[in-house]
Design a protein around this ligand. Structure first.
Ligand SMILES: Nc1nc2c(c(=O)[nH]1)N[C@H]1C(S)=C(S)[C@@H](COP(=O)(O)OP(=O)(O)OC[C@H]3O[C@@H](n4cnc5c(=O)[nH]c(N)nc54)[C@H](O)[C@@H]3O)O[C@H]1N2
Ligand SMILES: Nc1nc2c(c(=O)[nH]1)N[C@H]1C(S)=C(S)[C@@H](COP(=O)(O)OP(=O)(O)OC[C@H]3O[C@@H](n4cnc5c(=O)[nH]c(N)nc54)[C@H](O)[C@@H]3O)O[C@H]1N2
Ligand code: SF4
Ligand SMILES: [Mo]
Length: 676
């Protein structure tokens, strides 16, 4: 496989992506010549996705595009004007500010925002040991993404992190993909798993995505009407005797409470609520009921005002049809570390927190940063808030506060680093050892250091070890080395690999045979049953049972703005790669041709999207894959690379969903008009 001067190293893509691709990095004379897919890897099969094959051979390895030195601000906040400084100077400056703030205002005024810039185990978790010890206020990371869904599934099943093993699809007769778009978000799984499955595929999405177009049945519902659709499906299942009464009797609680709503949700009512024709509702119900059926619960549909209710409702389908605990059946939101026997409390160092201030939501970050009593310092790492958070204009204003001491750790000079007092350069995944646990497959992978960190950059873990030292913290957990953490995780996982052996394989399955989800039919709820009705939810102020709810349609000429993932970007990563930008073309909004016609708008013209929160200029594209009443504009553009210095989040007021104060970004409404 390798010649004398050529060497191939296997590693893993650590992006927040279902695929967790195995990669082969080709080194010539010790220097990276290309980053490709590992031909032996079951998911990537020799090819990276289009964004990574360009980006990992583009900006990620371009010294001009990367951050390579610690920086100190010399210009106004937001200008991105810095001077290079040494690590010692940067770390000491940060420690001095933190010590001073802790003494004068309390550690809780240090705000810690982070997410999945790298989702590798150490790069994602380890810095939290420092913040736990520090006593900083955490901005709940999942509140920008998927928290409502997690809470909802906890009510019903007692966990949201124990999903099906995709290998069990060989025994499935139906795969239902609900509010996920693998054609963009999981391109290899879409191509190699979903499209090759012998099962019938049902897709539930307001947009006719490529995944929906390839499916056997597409339920093209109006956004936010998922719970009503579920009750319509359950009506047909109940009416036609397709529910699994024995399963309901033995393993669930609260069915009687659901029954009146199920009886009311006739196909005609459901069609009216959701926009899905009654005949298609009937067909989908009978295909799903035949089973065994898998249900992929995406993250898209829970980013609605009542996304938690929608997730709770959807999760009833496997329970009422007995599609649990047997081969080819089950549901998946995300597979957590637990089913690889990895203890995230160990990785995060929860016990280091002497006092843990209550976390806040990303939806409340703007207000927190606008108030100097609540926020004296801000850390951003693994996250580009100025691109991905709501209320972008107000956020930038708050980030501009002179007295908010701001530290940003990133691989690239982003819109967020532009607001930093101190910028710390992070090494990329090619430059450090780590582990990765896919959130789709039941597998474990090695992230292998292929080359030295670029310039003076350092992996997240090393940066926070340095900070701990400068703060004079003595807890040994803060100084555990990467390889010690890796060895700890691998030895506890029982996977039978050392880092050296895993590195030669890249990825290993966690078990030789497909795992059966909830095989023992004991659920981690208070009584071991599935809670169709939940007193816990009720105690938290929600309804006891999920409601057959559909979001009202926007009034007047307003459209519902969906801003899901683009196949060319990974959140806001890759938005700074010029080749990818060329492929993407100008930032655009897609509308149904008839919606454009009623507004006198035409294809390719410049339009303005506006609402009470902001406005944004975009190019209009017409396409009937987007239903009436909806506008589609993908997330992830870098604001500073756009003419308006903004992206779609300038329009997002940061409305919260019904659970966990989590994002309802897909419930934004806008007007669209000609720019002229
Ligand atoms: N309008 C709209 N907005 C959205 C969404 C939407 O659907 N619509 N989706 C939301 C969702 S689901 C999410 S998850 C968020 C994601 O939003 P972000 O977390 O902001 O996005 P990412 O691109 O995943 O990563 C953030 C940063 O991490 C950096 N990074 C990469 N590797 C490393 C590393 O090793 N160390 C450090 N320190 N940094 C690194 C990247 O360069 C990048 O700048 O956006 C949310 N925003
Ligand atoms: N290429 C690429 N891959 C990614 C990402 C990326 O940005 N780019 N982001 C990563 C991250 S952080 C995440 S969280 C995942 C997200 O991956 P997904 O779970 O797929 O989430 P989204 O892309 O937000 O939305 C998926 C679909 O939900 C649909 N949707 C919106 N509203 C509704 C609704 O009310 N009901 C229903 N049924 N569907 C609705 C959208 O039309 C969209 O097609 O993907 C990850 N993978
Ligand atoms: S972003 Fe996803 S699809 Fe692309 S290479 Fe990484 S894991 Fe694979
Ligand atoms: Mo996400």
């Amino acid at each position: 496989m390798s010649t004398a001067s050529e060497q191939i190293i296997l590693t893993t893509c650590p992006r927040d992506c279902y695929d967790a691709c195995g990669m082969a990095v080709v080194l010539k004379d010790g220097v990276i010549s290309s980053v490709r897919g590992d031909p032996e890897h079951p998911v990537s099969r020799g090819k990276l996705c289009k964004k990574c094959s360009i980006g990992y051979n583009g900006v990620w390895r371009d010294p001009e595009a990367r951050l390579s030195n610690p920086l100190r601000r010399i210009g106004r906040k937001g200008k991105g004007e810095f001077e290079a400084i040494s690590w010692d100077d940067a770390i000491q400056t940060i420690a001095t500010h933190c010590q001073d703030i802790i003494q004068r205002h309390g550690a809780e005024t240090i705000i810690n925002t982070h997410y999945t810039g790298t989702f590798a185990m150490i790069g994602f978790h380890f810095p939290m040991r420092f913040f736990n010890r520090l006593g900083a206020t955490e901005v709940n990371p999942d509140s920008i993404c998927n928290l409502a869904g997690h809470i909802a599934l906890d009510y019903v099943y007692g966990t949201s992190l124990d999903g099906f093993d995709p290998r069990t699809a060989k025994d499935s007769r139906c795969i239902m993909v609900w509010g996920a778009n693998p054609s963009a978000c999981a391109p290899h799984i879409d191509q190699h798993w979903l499209q090759q499955a012998s099962a019938k595929v049902i897709v539930v999405d307001p947009i006719r995505t490529q995944t929906a177009a390839n499916a056997d049945i597409h339920l093209q519902l109006f956004p936010g009407s998922d719970a009503a659709l579920v009750f319509g499906l359950m009506h047909v299942l109940y009416r036609d005797g397709l529910m699994d009464e024995a399963f309901i009797e033995s393993y669930t609680r609260g069915f009687d409470e659901l029954l009146p709503s199920i009886k009311n949700a006739t196909p005609a009512w459901c069609a009216e609520q959701t926009g899905v024709p009654a005949s298609v509702i009937e067909e989908a119900a009978s295909v799903y009921a035949q089973g065994p059926s898998l249900l992929w619960l995406g993250q898209g549909f829970q980013r609605q005002s009542r996304g938690g209710n929608a997730m709770r409702a959807c999760s009833l389908l496997p329970a009422v049809t007995g599609n649990i605990g047997k081969a080819g059946a089950g549901f998946l939101y995300l597979n957590g570390l637990g089913n690889r026997h990895v203890d995230d409390a160990y990785l995060l160092g929860h016990h280091l927190a002497k006092q843990k201030p209550e976390a806040i939501s990303h939806m409340d970050l703007v207000d927190c940063l606008g108030d100097s009593h609540k926020s004296q310092a801000l850390f951003c790492w693994n996250i580009n808030n100025a691109a991905s958070n709501p209320d972008q204009a107000r956020l930038k204003q708050a980030l501009g506060r002179e007295d908010l001491f701001t530290v940003v750790v990133d691989v690239f000079p982003t819109d967020t680093t532009d607001y930093a007092d101190i910028v710390l350069p992070a090494a990329s995944f090619l430059e450090s050892n780590d582990l990765f646990a896919s959130y789709f497959d039941h597998s474990l992978s090695a992230q292998v250091k292929v080359t030295e960190p670029m310039g003076d950059s350092l992996p997240n873990s090393e940066i926070f070890r340095k900070l701990a030292k400068a703060m004079n913290f003595t807890d040994p957990e803060l100084y555990e080395t990467d390889i010690e953490v890796i060895d700890h995780v691998l030895s506890h996982s029982g996977v039978g690999e050392t880092f050296a052996s895993l590195s030669t394989k890249g990825t290993v399955p966690f078990s030789s045979e497909p795992a059966i989800q909830f095989k023992a039919l004991k659920f981690p709820t208070s009584d071991g049953l599935i809670h169709l009705a939940s007193s816990k939810a009720e105690a938290d102020g929600h309804t006891r049972i999920p409601e057959a709810y559909a979001e009202p349609k926007p009034a007047g000429k307003k459209l519902r703005l969906l801003s899901p993932a683009s196949g060319w970007l990974l959140n806001d990563s890759f938005g700074n790669d010029a080749k990818i930008e060329t492929q993407l073309g100008a930032a655009n909004v897609v509308m149904h041709p008839l919606e454009a016609k009623t507004r006198g708008l035409s294809d390719r013209q410049t339009v303005v999207l506006s609402n009470d929160t902001g406005k944004l200029t975009l190019q209009l594209k017409l396409n009937a894959d987007v239903p009436m009443g909806v506008a589609l504009s993908h997330k992830g553009r870098w604001p500073k690379r756009q003419a308006d210095h903004a992206n779609v989040n300038i329009l997002n007021p940061g409305v919260k969903s019904d659970m966990g104060d989590s994002t309802a970004v897909h419930s934004v409404e806008v007007e669209v008009s000609s720019a002229a």
